[in-house]
Ligand binder design. Structure first.
Ligand SMILES: CC(C)(COP(=O)(O)OP(=O)(O)OC[C@H]1O[C@@H](n2cnc3c(N)ncnc32)[C@H](O)[C@@H]1OP(=O)(O)O)[C@@H](O)C(=O)NCCC(=O)NCCS
Length: 262
């Protein structure tokens, strides 16, 4: 019995010694890999570092989850296939914004339903991932000045912010409005962000209930309306009501249509 036990233990020790001798590089790699926080979910990283896998491009699925350093940004009109993704981007962008009522996704849907999304642009990075959106819709000026539009909501996915995507969306949107013979654009927004596009606080042009320092306007023809601006009814949407936009459309009656072709 003793001899049998001794033989078994010896065989196990011998086996462990052989495993350690032959497989120690693998064990070392596993240990190093486990210590690398933040990359644990990346089997390719460890293999690439020890050159077991050379610099082959990783599989497409992995690339879709990465944020490219210099993504190729494409700004284009929304299509019906983008509707869901626009909602997701909008929710994500406004999620942590304290001043938000978190109704922006409903506003976009209401504007679309009322055919008041005059310009609706999306930002797409490599491989077709939608990361940003901006909407422009008609507004009513109390002094009767026609063809002015409101900018917003504008959203960029948090992990893609501060890469110039918001800037590109707004720039393109403004030039699209000019192509449509718009006379100007206004918005409620952060005092620091919109001046770079030429937006200014205009004395005598107000949005009821909004502090003057966060209400901005940009004229395309040099003329600034006076009085009060009314944004589309769709801005009241909170996910509960339907038919937003009817009253606004009536107010907009003198303008041929609430929506210009994109
Ligand atoms: C506002 C927003 C659309 C800007 O898009 P973006 O792609 O991050 O902006 P850009 O990269 O073009 O410009 C970045 C610059 O804008 C300024 N900026 C960006 N977000 C800002 C904010 N919330 N407040 C003030 N300035 C801001 C900064 O000066 C920044 O420059 P910096 O990187 O040197 O600091 C984006 O931050 C966003 O989706 N925010 C949440 C939703 C929101 O606030 N929408 C606007 C209200 S309708």
């Amino acid at each position: 019995m003793r001899r049998y036990l001794f033989a078994n233990v010896s065989a196990s020790v011998l086996f462990l010694a052989v495993v350690l001798l032959l497989e120690w590089p693998l064990l070392l790699l596993l240990l190093v890999g486990a210590r690398r926080k933040g990359r644990r979910d990346d089997p390719y990283d460890l293999l690439r570092r020890v050159r077991i896998v050379p610099a082959f491009p990783p599989p497409p699925e992995r690339m879709r989850n990465e944020i490219p350093m210099n993504p190729k940004i494409v700004i284009r009109n929304e299509t019906s296939a983008d509707v869901g993704a626009i909602g997701e981007v909008t929710i994500a962008a406004f999620r942590t914004l304290e001043i938000s009522n978190h109704t922006e996704q409903f506003i976009i849907d209401a504007l679309r339903a009322a055919k008041a999304l005059t310009v609706s642009l999306v930002a797409e990075v490599d491989y077709g991932r939608l990361v940003g959106h901006v909407a422009f819709s008609p507004v009513v000026m109390s002094d009767g000045t026609p063809s002015w539009y409101g900018l917003g909501p504008v959203s960029v996915l948090p992990e893609h912010q501060r890469n110039g995507i918001g800037y590109a969306l707004i720039k393109k949107g403004l030039s699209r409005l000019k192509e449509l013979n718009a006379r100007g654009c206004c918005l409620v927004g952060h005092p620091e962000y919109y001046r770079k596009f030429g937006f200014e606080n205009i004395p005598g042009l107000v949005h009821e209930g909004v502090p003057q320092e966060v209400f901005f306007a940009l004229s395309f023809d040099g003329h600034y309306p006076q009085g009060e601006v009314t944004f589309h009814e769709g801005f009241k949407a909170n996910g509960n009501q339907e038919g937003a936009g009817d009253a606004f459309s009536a107010a907009l009656g003198r303008s041929k249509s609430g929506s210009l072709s994109k």
